[in-house]
Design a protein around this ligand. Structure first.
Ligand code: S3P
Length: 427
């Protein structure tokens, strides 16, 4: 796909449902007794992989209309052995969360995914789940998928994570639903808490004490009606584009603003972005709002510490904003970027540099000296949806033509991204 400079963004857009919440809605509804109805479900490839896996585990999941999913739950003990390997595609959330569930079943499962998934670290879940009694083997003994998971009796543990990771925390909590005692997970700082909020809604006995989640097993889950808020990670591209293109004024409707996910808003505001929240809605524990973005003169900032987990997926979009901002932006404490769908420190640094940006990678982030005009380039997205979308934004503010050959990967989280972006672009 080829991109050219535009003068500004104007108009209104609704981003698709939140990816993290969509995954969890299918998983928890599958383990619940009774029927769940989900609306504004994200029909991106990752969440469709989750549906596919749970169908293979015997769950009746129907899609009566766009973004509308009905799940006939089978209860905590009703999953059936799959007749073939579960394929999570590109989805790390599916791979890690489902492993917690599969560890406790009365059958064995083989789980794999695409080339990127087969390189991503799974030791971070194998270790705590094994401490709970799980039997998980990495087929090639390299700590990655394919995984062979033999269901086993589990016991509760108190696990302290080195890095704040909602996928690790959620995998342990899901296994904890089946354990013979209390499970506790303590994080260095809070990662996204969608699992805690939604598990409680489904009836799980769970509470949070500072950065520790405590789960008492034994309560059945019950089907729920879930309305998924728009994904702030998808809104991030419009927040970045609307902020950097002079004269822009856009409204992004119904965006989830859970405080464990809204780091992008805080970091963008620290750069001088003009963001106002309208139409605030408290939701069922998952707050949302319409975001009005007007272009602003941006300046560099420092992004690190406990803010990182609340904006980890938005760092590619923030790095693009930083390239247009005057002065230096330092991103630190974000070594996790190296183990996402691509090594995002490398993907951001090489591509922004190819566009003329003064940027250097560090061990745990990057330093961006912003304000130099960018020019078009051929972008290597490494088949990483968030890199492709962030560089489409960079292209709109760059002189000349930008080519993103692997643009199809946006279907992982935002199949209509280019149509939505195009509808806002004013020549
Ligand atoms: C996710 C958690 C984060 C995030 C990922 C989705 C989730 O990963 O980067 O895109 O839905 O739990 P980590 O748990 O590895 O930080």
């Amino acid at each position: 796909m080829k991109f050219h400079q535009v003068s500004k963004l104007q108009g209104t857009v609704s981003v698709p449902g939140d990816k993290s919440i969509s995954h969890r809605s299918i998983m928890f509804a599958s383990l619940a007794e009774g029927t769940s109805e989900i609306t504004n479900f994200l029909e991106g490839a990752d969440c469709l992989s989750t549906i596919d896996c749970f169908r293979k585990l015997g769950v009746d999941i129907r899609k009566p209309g766009p973004g509308h999913v009905i799940v006939h739950g089978r209860g905590l003990h009703g999953l059936q052995p799959p007749s073939s390997t579960l394929d999570v595609g590109n989805s790390g959330t599916t791979a890690r969360l489902i492993s917690g569930i599969l560890s406790a079943q009365s059958f064995s499962t083989r789980l794999t995914g695409d080339a990127s998934i087969r390189k991503r670290p799974m030791k971070r879940i194998i270790e705590p789940l094994s401490q709970m009694g799980a039997d998980i083997q990495s087929e090639h003994n390299n700590g990655c998928a394919p995984l062979l998971i033999k269901g086993s009796p589990l016991h509760g543990i108190h696990y302290t994570t080195q890095v704040a990771s909602a996928q690790v925390k959620s995998a342990i909590l899901l296994a904890g639903l089946y354990a013979d005692g209390i499970t506790k997970v303590t994080e260095p700082c809070l990662s996204r808490n969608h699992s805690e909020l939604m598990l409680r809604r489904f009836g799980a006995d769970l509470h949070t004490e500072e950065t520790t989640v405590v789960l008492q097993p034994g309560t059945p889950l019950t089907g729920q009606t879930i309305s998924v808020p728009g994904d702030i990670s998808s809104a991030a591209y419009f927040i970045a584009a609307g902020s950097v293109l002079p004269g822009s004024d856009i409204l992004i409707r119904n965006v989830g603003i859970n405080p464990t996910r809204d780091g992008m808003l805080k970091a963008a505001k620290a750069m001088g972005a003009d963001i106002t929240l309208e139409n605030l809605c408290s939701g069922d524990g998952e707050p949302s709002a319409d975001l009005r973005i007007r272009s602003a003169a941006l300046h560099g900032t420092e992004i690190g510490g406990s803010l990182i987990p609340a904006l980890i997926d938005e760092l590619p979009a923030l790095a693009v904003m930083a390239a247009f901002a005057e002065g230096t932006t330092v991103i630190r404490d974000a070594a996790e970027l190296k183990v996402k769908e691509s090594n995002r420190i490398d993907s951001i640094v090489t591509n922004l540099r190819a566009m003329g940006c003064d940027i250097e990678g560090t061990q745990d982030g990057m330093i961006i000296h912003g304000g130099r005009p960018l020019h078009g380039a051929v972008i290597d997205a490494h088949d990483d949806h968030r890199i492709a979308m962030s560089f489409a934004v960079a292209a709109l503010g760059a002189e000349g033509e930008t080519h993103i050959p692997e643009s199809g990967c946006v279907a992982i989280s935002y199949p209509d991204f280019f149509q939505h972006l195009n509808s806002l672009c004013k020549a």
